[in-house]
Design a binder for this molecule. Structure first.
Ligand code: AMP
Ligand code: GLY
Length: 427
């Protein structure tokens, strides 16, 4: 089989790494890919945001399956264009991708299907924002309705700060993405990211991971796309997973299908596990980055039959059912090495060098790298590498990943030193 993988970050390197381990795959093409993926397949220089060019590439390549990694091409309708041409696509339609591309859509959808989430109001003017903010207690949570690269959420500690943030957002801080805001009640608890595959009607649960969103140790500094992740997430035991499936994931898949927008792909639920149970913070319509890296390292069975079954709409078809995913008992941790200054301003083309060999339980996934004119590896983004390792528990997995970080030479980079530190090793 020939697979076309869209994207060029750490998530896509992990997906490509796992996809090419499948005995069913004989060719991988990536758009745009990265130097890590170039070792696994052919990379075509087409931006993951250029939907017309990606469509043209897919039509020229005629892959047996297209796997779409990032949210932008999904929100831009790439899956719709490709399925209209009869292609097999892992990833939702633009309408189903509204679960990520519009927070207002998701909140209203949750209301319609009784999915537990924070109380909220959607506002379009500062007057509406101020009226609702006065009814809430601090801290205040304000969210741009549309896609804002993970930066569209403000948590304000006092009313004045919240009102100022609302005014700045509505004034177009994120262009049209913040012309509408969702203001919501602050949720207390522990966060977890949970993942499930769907073919539009049926669901196969995957496992949970926990992300570290803030830039610096101790959860300080600005929000980022994710500075590290680990799995398993201790609060997502079997009983909590069953509750999340019943109260959140299944009503979502059933609700989307009933509304005529079946969801095909991987549904990523950002959860807050509080005293009254799980609540949905947000949906994403693709794998998390770097959560994907830890999931792919822990997945022992073949990924490809599952991706294909989602695309074909027969995830639980008795005659053709792919085997349920099998998971490594070991824990996994991923440490993101970022360019100094990320997530604000940072330089590209920073020098870095990687060890020639890594232990089998360690993978260095390329996230934002490229080759310079002399074919030397340099940085090409804010998040540059995702150093990922398996270990007997989260503490040991993180220790392995940090040992590998010590072997990487990236003088203008930085990373958090407390990934997974909140989890105590099991006695
Ligand atoms: P989101 O992009 O919606 O996942 O929000 C980014 C981060 O903001 C989340 O991972 C949470 O840490 C925090 N957050 C978002 N919504 C809430 C909420 N209602 N209550 C508490 N924290 C929140
Ligand atoms: N790590 C969070 C995300 O991918 O959105």
């Amino acid at each position: 089989m020939k697979v076309l993988l869209i994207g060029g970050g750490g998530r896509e390197h992990a997906l490509g790494w796992k996809i090419t381990q499948s005995p069913l795959v004989d060719e991988l093409v990536c758009a745009p890919g990265n130097p890590g993926l170039a070792a696994l397949g052919r990379c075509e220089p087409v931006s993951a945001e250029d939907v017309p060019a990606l469509t043209a590439l897919a039509l020229a390549e005629r892959p047996d399956l297209v796997v779409i990694g990032p949210e932008a091409p999904l929100a831009g309708g790439l899956a719709d264009h490709l399925t209209a041409h009869g292609m097999m696509v892992f990833g939702p339609s633009a309408k189903a991708a509204q679960l990520e591309s519009s927070k207002a859509f998701t909140k209203e959808f949750c209301d319609r299907h009784a999915i537990p989430t924070a109380g909220y109001r959607t506002v379009k003017t500062t007057a509406e924002a101020n009226e609702y903010l006065q009814m809430l207690a601090p801290p205040f949570v304000l969210k741009a309705d549309g896609l804002a690269a993970g930066k569209g959420v403000v948590i304000a500690q006092d009313l004045q700060e919240a009102q100022q943030a609302a005014a700045t957002l509505l004034d177009g801080q994120f262009g049209s993405a913040s012309k509408t805001l969702v203001i919501e009640e602050f949720l207390h608890g522990v966060e977890a990211s949970f993942f499930a595959f769907s073919d539009g009607r049926h669901v196969v649960p995957l496992i949970a991971a926990q992300d570290h969103k803030r830039a610096f140790d101790g959860d300080l500094g600005p929000n980022t796309g994710g500075m590290g992740a680990f799995s398993p997430a201790p609060q997502m035991d079997e009983a909590m997973t069953a509750r999340v499936m019943k109260e959140i994931i299944l009503p979502t898949i059933t609700g989307m299908a009933a509304e005529g927008n079946p969801f095909i792909g991987v549904l990523f639920a950002g959860l807050m596990i509080g005293s009254t149970g799980p609540k949905l913070i947000e949906y994403n319509v693709r794998f998390g980055d770097p959560e994907c890296q830890v999931l792919m390292m822990r997945l022992q069975s073949d990924l490809l039959p599952l991706l294909l079954a989602c695309a074909q709409g027969d995830l639980t078809n008795a005659a053709n059912r792919p085997p349920a995913p099998q998971w490594d008992e070991r824990a996994c941790a991923s440490v993101v090495m970022a360019a100094k200054g990320y997530p604000d301003t940072y330089q590209k083309h920073l020098a870095l060098s990687l060890p020639k060999q890594t232990a089998p339980a360690v993978q260095i996934f390329h996230a934002g790298t490229t080759l310079d004119k002399q074919d030397m590896l340099v940085s090409n983004g804010g998040r540059v590498l995702a150093v990922t390792a398996l270990g007997a528990n989260v503490t040991e997995a993180a220790a392995m990943a940090y040992q590998e970080c010590d072997r990487i030479n990236f003088p203008d980079g930085f990373y958090r030193t407390d990934i997974g530190a909140s989890v105590r090793p099991a006695k």
